[in-house]
Write a protein that binds this ligand. Structure first.
Ligand code: ZN
Length: 79
């Protein structure tokens, strides 16, 4: 009898673990606000969100999605 309870308990724990893995964490909501993920930055030119490692940093510490947009922003600023 004790064995059955034990098996049931183990099965229950395993089930819960598997369920958790499949449902994922509920806080992975993609609401890209300014301070959300530390790795996402917004292009100062077109407002596109880019990974920080892919973004290009401008002279005034702003990020740009591409070299073109960085240059475009600089031209706009100077002009
Ligand atoms: Zn851009």
């Amino acid at each position: 009898m004790v064995r059955i309870i034990l098996v049931c308990a183990v099965a229950w724990i395993l089930l819960r673990l598997v369920y958790r893995l499949f449902s994922g964490s509920p806080q992975t909501d993609v609401r890209a606000q300014d301070k959300q993920a530390s790795k996402m930055v917004r292009c100062a030119c077109c407002d596109l969100y880019t990974l920080q490692e892919d973004a290009i940093r401008g002279p005034d510490n702003k990020f740009y999605c591409s070299e073109e947009h960085r240059e475009a922003a600089m031209i706009n600023k100077d002009g």
